[in-house]
Design a protein around this ligand. Structure first.
Ligand code: DSN
Length: 398
């Protein structure tokens, strides 16, 4: 690279990534092949439209790449191409979710999603996001005592509010989600207009790799739409996909239109090629083992931290993710202080709100930890026992 300023900064970031213990729950390390696809000449190509229906010439190879990516996406999640469609053009998770609402939720319609401080995402209807400005959020949370999803409570809210869409799947919720129960809730909503139905959307961004690796239940038997990013547990490039059921409601056609021309222009073909590479890598026995190891490692980390006296939200984890209450009603340290002092000592986490947060989002009561990135680097349970002890020592000596 001739640009020495940028080259030096990339080299420095590469070294930083190697030096630290990375417990950011939404990050991972991609393969050299994924990087190669991302850094290829495909970035030079404009390809507005979809395979076979583009607005520019020269699409012979681009069409093949996008078709292959879609084929691999459906295969990885065991989906029949007559029953499910996939759009691989969303640039990342937020535009993917926005595209779904644009396609399926009427203006000022209702999005029922988990509140941000309980583990939901900004794009699940939060007021600071476009999804909360153009639509109305009907929030739900976790149970005060169990800190886990309370399906009966969700059912009550859903029946009373009759939302246009319910979103399941979260960004800081460590437990397995019962998608069947969500389907039952959606089916129990009676709209005044008998032709109207609530859609069930699952945002599996955080745990897509765990579903692909058959380490967590799949949402596809119950959802109408499934969105996901590719760069978290799925270990691909920054990107996203939208899966939709093919039926008389033509959800898939509406979503394609919402992605392009509704929200985006030309898709990033280098990114789509890199997604295709990652999807092939995930469709292997080695990846299945990896997915299971991520959960074993998270479980070990949660149990060890608990043993050392820390409060783990919901009492543990079923996934790659742990939400740790570091503040413990003033007996511990704030989430920001915890994150800062851990970083000084080479451990990277993010500060995070906890359910029924009493502090501010900039200095909340907790931190979020994830095991996917360090599992990619080969760490096992015994390593996570040591990481837990290191975290404990750093936080207590602060
Ligand atoms: N920023 C992602 C996360 O950390 O969970 C979600 O957008």
């Amino acid at each position: 690279m001739k640009d020495t300023q940028i080259k030096k900064l990339i080299e420095a970031e590469k070294k930083r990534q190697k030096r630290v213990i990375n417990l950011i729950a939404s990050e991972n390390y991609v393969s050299k092949d994924v990087l190669e696809a991302l850094g290829s000449e495909l970035t030079n190509k404009y390809a507005e439209g979809y395979s076979g229906k583009r607005y520019y010439g020269g699409q012979t190879f681009v069409d093949k790449i996008e078709d292959l990516c879609k084929e691999r996406a459906l295969k990885l999640f065991g989906l029949n191409s007559k029953k499910w469609a996939v759009n691989v053009q969303p640039l990342s998770g937020s535009p993917a979710n926005l595209a779904v609402y644009l396609a399926l939720v009427p203006k000022e319609g209702k999005i029922m999603g988990m509140s941000l401080d309980h583990g939901g995402h900004l794009t699940h209807g939060h007021k600071v996001s476009a999804t909360g400005k153009f639509w109305i959020q009907v929030p739900y949370g976790v149970n005060k005592n169990t800190e886990q999803i309370d399906y009966e409570e969700i059912k009550k809210i859903a029946i009373a509010e009759k939302p246009d869409i319910i979103v399941a799947g979260y960004t800081a919720y460590p437990r397995k989600v019962d998608f069947k129960k969500f389907r039952e809730i959606v089916d129990s909503i009676k709209h005044t207009d008998p032709n109207k139905k609530t859609y069930l959307m699952v945002d599996m961004s955080h745990f897509a790799g765990l579903v692909a690796g058959k380490a967590l239940p799949s949402p596809f038997d119950y959802a109408d739409v499934v969105t996901t990013t590719v760069h978290k547990t799925l270990r691909g490039p920054r990107s996203a996909m939208i899966f939709s059921k093919i039926d008389s409601r033509e959800i898939n056609k509406k979503i394609d239109k919402a992605v392009f021309p509704g929200l985006q222009g030309g898709p990033h073909i280098n990114q789509i090629a890199a997604v295709a590479v990652a999807l092939k890598e995930a469709d292997t026995a080695v990846f299945k083992k990896y997915a299971k190891q991520i959960i074993k490692n998270a479980d070990t980390l949660a149990k060890e931290l608990k043993k050392l006296g820390w409060k783990i939200i919901s009492g543990g984890t079923d996934t790659h993710l742990i939400l740790m209450d570091t503040w413990m009603e003033g007996k511990g340290i704030s989430g920001k202080e915890a994150s800062d002092v851990l970083e000084k000592n080479g451990i990277i986490v993010n500060k995070n709100t906890i359910p029924n947060e009493t502090r501010s989002p900039m200095d909340p009561s907790g931190i979020r930890l994830g095991t996917a990135a360090e599992t990619t680097r080969g760490k096992k349970e015994k390593d996570f026992v040591l990481i837990a002890r290191k975290i404990d020592k750093i936080l207590r000596s602060h």
